[in-house]
Ligand binder design. Structure first.
Ligand code: F0G
Length: 472
């Protein structure tokens, strides 16, 4: 066809579709069990989707962590694993990929993100020090607390409002942070715990402007910035789409620039980096690196494998390269936005704007008649599974746990059910099925009653807590 003819066709369409930059070579069968079986399964699981067997799940949106589909190149890399105890060639490939795309000097591998959080918290927090951050994450905060730190939330207030359309709801409130530094003294601040994007806020990004201003503030007080880079690639996409001056830049360029304003990064490679297991720490300061390297051999493994097999490090090194490709990131976040668009068109209450890795249903909007101590988000998560075999995760009062000083429930402003989308796994048709399931549950919301907790573990209770329905 002539170029000019193509152009005319293009002009006639109001928009042009785009599609995934891959095709499917291998499939994994899934099926939906009957409603009676789902009822039995959720009862057996104590109304906690973490306790379901995955065979009983139809579309699994529990997490985007370790659930990605690897590419043929990553699988080929698995066959190139050098399983030497020390100095595996795959470690050096991993080191090179992190240095190239994230820009830090020294790398310590760990078995997954919380392994890195453990080492970092033990090394960098002194008893009684404060750790300000842009909203808590469950595993991050518990490691900070176990090391004697006190987490302080300094995210902008817009982040706590699911309807607020601020484009960068992950930003740090610099005034709130400076007030804390002035009140407590800079030496009482261990470091800034900055996550991009912010999982518990709905996958919301931090702007480049905010990190630059944060750097300037922290330089004045001599406080380091530690970055949870778990979903930083997705954060870079939002900067490219929404922030002035970044439209012409690649994801890789934006990622590199953002990291350059920070001192340390830690990573759950099970998310952005497209592997089923793995994590890492990356630092510029040699002395800190040395301390972390000393500790990794105690808890994870030698400093050139940190709990990972050589083959897993190879898949990870290759996953990093794939994860920063613009067409990959557009597809990934685009799929989340597609699902968000369907739900938004049906006026279903979800966290807006739609974030990078998941849709967060606003359980308070679904169930205004269920008090927060009757666990509206836990209830909604169980209902959705029962209706359609779709598995999500509670991100509300159960996840927030109890305040260590008072022993009371922490009541977060956001009471959410998260539907996290694994990368490169489900199709648009799966998203349509999910949207319709959510709509059905929303339409029948008024008949729903809450839950009571009948078993509560002491730490990270959401993983294993059990519930039963409240009878009238
Ligand atoms: N930081 C963030 C922002 C995370 O989302 C996670 C894990 C971690 C750290 C810990 O990493 O799981 O590799 O030990 N988030 C998973 C989730 C569990 O479902 O959001 P990990």
């Amino acid at each position: 066809m002539e170029d000019s003819t193509l152009k005319t066709i293009g002009q006639q369409l109001s928009r042009r579709s785009w599609a995934e930059p891959w095709k499917i070579k291998m499939v994994e069968p899934i099926h939906m069990i009957s409603r009676e079986e789902r009822f039995q399964a959720i009862q057996d699981a104590g109304y906690n989707t973490f306790l379901l067997r995955s065979d009983d799940v139809y579309i699994d949106l529990l997490t985007d962590s370790g659930t990605s589909a690897m590419s043929d190149r990553q699988w080929a890399g698995i066959m190139l694993g050098d399983e030497a105890y020390a100095g595996s060639r795959n470690f050096y490939n991993l080191e090179t990929a992190i240095q190239k795309f994230y820009g830090y000097k020294h790398i310590v591998p760990t078995h997954q993100g919380r392994g890195a959080e453990h080492l970092l918290s033990q090394t960098c927090i002194k008893e009684g020090q404060f750790v300000p951050g842009n909203m808590y994450f469950t595993t991050t905060r518990i490691h900070q607390e176990l090391a004697g730190g006190i987490f302080v939330d300094v995210i902008i207030h817009e982040a706590h409002d699911p309807t607020n359309l601020h484009p960068f709801k992950g930003n740090i409130d610099l005034e709130k942070l400076e007030a804390l530094i002035k009140k407590e003294g800079a030496e009482k601040i261990a470091y800034i715990s900055l996550a991009g994007t912010v999982n518990m806020a709905g996958g919301q990004p931090v702007s480049m402007e905010n990190i630059k201003n944060l750097r300037e503030l922290c330089d004045r007080y001599g406080i380091p910035i530690y970055l949870d880079a778990t979903r930083m690639v997705e954060n870079a996409y939002f900067i490219q789409q929404k922030e002035e001056g970044y439209q012409g830049k690649s994801i890789a360029e934006i990622l590199y620039e953002f990291c350059s304003y920070t001192d340390v990064a830690w990573m759950s490679a099970k998310k952005d980096n497209l592997v089923n297991i793995g994590g890492w720490l990356a630092v510029n300061d040699y002395d800190l690196f040395d301390n972390l390297r000393n500790l990794v051999v105690v808890y994870e493994g030698l400093h050139t494998y940190g709990g990972m097999a050589g083959r897993d490090m190879e898949a990870l090194a290759r996953g990093i390269v794939e994860s920063v490709q613009d067409d990959h990131v557009r597809t990934r976040v685009g799929q989340v936005q597609y699902l968000g668009g369907l739900l938004t068109n049906w006026d279903i209450p979800i966290v807006q704007p739609v974030g990078g890795h998941a849709i967060f249903l606003d359980a308070k909007g679904f169930y205004p008649h269920i008090a927060q101590d009757q666990f509206p988000a836990q209830t909604l998560t169980a209902k959705l599974y029962l209706d359609s075999g779709v598995r999500g995760m509670e991100r509300g009062v159960v996840s927030a746990g109890r305040d260590p000083s008072t022993g009371e429930h922490r009541y977060p402003a956001l009471e959410l059910t998260r539907l996290a989308i694994p990368r490169r796994v489900y199709t648009q048709a799966h998203m349509d099925v999910v949207a319709e399931a959510v709509k059905f549950v929303y339409d029948s919301r008024m008949d729903t009653r809450g839950l009571k907790m009948i078993y509560e573990p002491e730490l990270l209770r959401f993983f294993q807590a059990r519930f039963e329905p409240i009878e009238i």
